[in-house]
Design a protein around this ligand. Structure first.
Ligand SMILES: Cc1cc2nc3c(=O)[nH]c(=O)nc-3n(C[C@H](O)[C@H](O)[C@H](O)COP(=O)(O)OP(=O)(O)OC[C@H]3O[C@@H](n4cnc5c(N)ncnc54)[C@H](O)[C@@H]3O)c2cc1C
Length: 410
């Protein structure tokens, strides 16, 4: 359910991974409800995954995405060192992801899915014996063995159903589109190394994502701390100093920071923004959706049916745990503030981030994300890191923690 990035990724993944050609796949979406349509940064695993899902060469995939090669995130003005730094993917200067146009990604994935399309509004999903019953507006209900629910943000955040991760201090984005700064090549993809820029500003930070057709700018801030008018005026000032004279105003997007407590119940798997959301500082949404879909499909296709019910809580805890670890990694970027001693940065560093321990208390979240995160921070503080620890991960590899820790000065 859902024709945004997450639902389209699920449809293409079921098409590729389901060994039984006898199954029927319905791709359900309500064409009156728009997709969010942003999401232009990714992680390197998407490069391999798109190659496998589409059966197209990397070069063709990149061109179809209007894409550039992202080698990491370039941070400007973050932390206490007054020093810019890059968070590279590992191995540095070898591993790359895509900067991509979100609409071309969904088109590419649709071409790779074999599904019956149903344009209807889903009004209810109920777990029933061996599957889920789906009720539609204006058409007969259907029963499915497995549902991927990718219907986007929940209508409201409720503590019984969602883990509030507002230790991440932002909740709104202003999106603008500016002329491209990367030259498209006539024969072949752009090979130039590019980086998502993440520039600290008095009221939050700005992302700059270079695509071959345009450059995407987004100002991420907290609407409870700063007014939209103040953000727009600082955005204008930044574009002027960045040498950008024209832009198209795209949208203002409010967002929650949360993780759903029940991502998978054995019949329904929430994926994408329906499963969790956090601001795009480290582009963790598409990679999380890949992980959710991959994990659920691997369990469903490789374990016998009698295990499905027993597996469900284990898979759920695993997915909640991994997503919360991403949340801790992202929120941690604010722990040392920035070059700005402004209301936003004081709020981020002194009020919001210190709440991370209460928010991810194992007794409240039923997983050990906090302990794993603490272990990574402890490793980054060591004078010597033992070789046996080099491959440790807490959602992202130790190399990411070390680069960010060095860069921020914490
Ligand atoms: C400012 C910003 C920047 C971002 N940048 C990045 C980034 O760089 N990298 C990254 O990985 N992610 C990024 N994201 C996250 C991005 O939003 C997600 O990766 C992606 O868009 C996933 O959306 P989705 O498919 O879950 O939901 P949506 O795009 O919201 O799609 C929801 C779908 O569900 C359908 N639907 C909804 N309700 C119903 C219903 N009742 N019945 C039937 N159909 C229904 C709609 O028609 C739609 O097709 C960013 C997000 C924001 C806000």
């Amino acid at each position: 359910m859902g024709r945004g990035t997450a639902g389209s990724l699920a449809a293409a993944s079921v098409t590729r991974l389901h060994p039984d050609s006898d199954h029927e796949l319905h791709h359900i979406f309500d064409s009156r409800i728009p997709v969010i349509g942003v999401g232009e940064g990714s992680w390197p695993s998407l490069v391999q995954e798109l190659r496998q899902l589409t059966n197209l060469p990397h070069e063709t995939v990149q061109r179809r995405l209007n894409g550039t090669r992202k080698y990491g995130v370039a941070f400007e003005g973050w932390g206490r060192r007054n020093r810019d730094f890059v968070h590279y993917f590992t191995p540095q200067q070898v591993s790359y992801a895509y900067h991509l146009s979100a609409d071309t990604l969904t088109e590419l994935l649709h071409d790779s899915a074999r599904a019956r399309h149903i344009d209807a509004k889903v009004v209810d999903i109920t777990k029933v014996e061996g599957g889920a019953q789906v009720e539609f507006e204006g058409r007969a209900s259907e029963r499915y063995d497995l549902v991927f629910d990718a219907r986007g943000f929940p209508a409201e955040i409720h503590p019984d159903r969602h883990i509030d991760i507002s230790f991440i201090p932002t909740n709104t984005a202003v999106i603008r589109r500016c002329p491209s700064i990367v030259k498209e090549k006539r024969n072949g993809p752009v090979l130039q190394h590019t980086y998502t820029r993440a520039v600290a500003r008095p009221h939050g930070w700005i992302f700059i994502i270079p695509l071959t057709v345009h450059t995407s700018y987004g100002y991420i801030f907290n609407r409870d701390v700063t007014s939209l008018t103040d953000v727009e005026s600082d955005f204008d000032a930044f574009l002027e100093t960045d040498g950008v004279s024209e832009f198209e105003q795209r949208s203002v997007i409010p967002f929650p920071n949360y993780v759903h407590r029940q991502i998978y119940d054995g019949a329904v798997a929430r994926i994408g923004n329906a499963a969790a959301f956090m601001e795009p500082l480290e582009a963790t949404a598409i990679v999380s959706a890949q992980f959710q879909i991959g994990m659920v499909l691997q369990m469903r296709l490789n374990r016998s049916a009698e295990n499905h019910e027993r597996d469900a809580p284990v898979v759920n805890r695993f997915l909640v745990n991994n997503t919360l670890r991403y949340g801790l990694f992202v929120g941690w970027h604010y722990c040392c503030g920035s070059t700005y001693d402004s209301e936003f940065w004081r709020h981020a560093r002194d009020d919001a981030w210190p709440r991370y321990r209460t928010a991810s208390d194992p007794a409240v979240v039923d997983c050990d994300a906090l302990r794993r995160f603490d272990e990574m921070i402890e490793l980054t503080n060591r004078t010597v890191i033992d070789q046996s620890d080099w491959n440790r991960m807490c959602a992202v590899p130790l190399t990411s923690y070390c680069q960010v820790s060095q860069g921020l000065g914490c």
